[in-house]
Design a protein around this ligand. Structure first.
Ligand code: CAA
Length: 253
């Protein structure tokens, strides 16, 4: 499926979303959110592991400033709530979503990559939340989520100074999981998706949803949710996975 703002293709069971407005460093406009919601409507019926990346030197350089410049406060509220809801759909998406961050991931672009489950970065990637330089604050979740990735001190450092950090620094802070040569980034993302693709589909979905839910639950409730889902695996694909191990063969999911 092609849209006005990204190209989508499916390769070996992995869906690749490539943002395709390089002339504005893939800035996220209202159309992007419409397109992504439409794609997710389809994918949620028959989910595949997803990779999100960008064309050119931007992953996404934030919300589209030219589009926002004339908005009223009410329109801004609608934009923020709508963007947050769309990014929540990526977090709630049943299968993992990998950000392959090829370049600038600023403002809403950094928030987009935080809505993904893991982040692989090109050596050339840059991350930042420059909203205060525009007299704004983030609108797609960074004030809540950035600290979860990098700790409160680093989050406030990025949010208040508006500095861009490079891939190495992002790795040290825990914002990204791995750095690649620019030309190897997409292949590596596909490789990681391939590793995930070998998992039992039910356990892949369960491990993501339990982990995501647990991060907002008290300790006891998180462990209870884990045990319930651990048990559930014994009613299904867990049996086949363990049997295959014992019989020294590949599992058939
Ligand atoms: N919105 C709209 N257009 C953008 C854009 C954005 N976020 N970022 C870049 N562009 C456009 C530029 O205006 C330029 O277009 P023109 O050729 O028509 O002038 C084109 O993309 C290329 O950009 P530059 O010439 O600026 O490229 P550069 O290499 O000199 O600089 C950059 C790159 C440092 C990323 C710079 O473009 C920049 O600072 N962009 C804005 C980043 C930003 O502030 N993002 C936060 C947006 S607010 C937000 O995201 C709020 C939220 O949480 C919802």
């Amino acid at each position: 499926m092609d849209s006005k703002t990204f190209h989508f293709e499916s390769q070996n069971g992995t869906g690749i979303i490539t943002l395709s407005r390089p002339e504005v460093l893939n800035a996220l406009n209202i159309q992007f959110f419409k397109d992504l919601n439409k794609l997710l409507d389809e994918l949620e019926k028959d989910p595949v592991i997803l990779i999100i990346t960008g064309t050119g030197k931007g992953f996404a350089a934030g919300a589209d400033i030219k589009e926002m410049a004339d908005m009223s406060p009410d329109e801004a509220l609608k934009l923020s709530v709508g963007g947050q809801k769309t990014f929540q759909r990526l977090e709630d998406y049943p299968f993992p979503v990998i950000a392959a961050v090829n370049g600038y991931a600023l403002g809403g672009g950094c928030e987009l990559c935080m809505a993904c489950d893991i982040r692989l970065a090109s050596k050339e990637a840059k991350f930042g939340q420059p909203e205060v330089k525009l007299g704004l604050i983030p609108g797609y979740g960074a004030t809540h989520k950035l600290a979860k990735h990098v700790g409160l001190g680093n989050a406030l450092y990025m949010l208040t100074t508006a500095v861009n950090i490079g891939a190495e620094e992002a790795l040290q802070m825990g914002l990204v999981q791995e750095i690649c040569e620019p030309e190897a980034l997409l292949e590596r993302a596909k490789e990681v998706a391939g590793l995930m693709g070998k998992a039992g589909p039910d356990s892949l979905m369960a491990v993501k949803s339990v982990c995501m839910a647990s991060s907002d639950l008290p300790y006891d409730e998180g462990l209870k949710l884990e045990s319930e889902n651990f048990m559930r695996m014994f009613e299904g694909q867990g049996k086949e996975g363990m049997k295959a191990f014992v019989e020294k063969r590949k599992p058939e999911w």
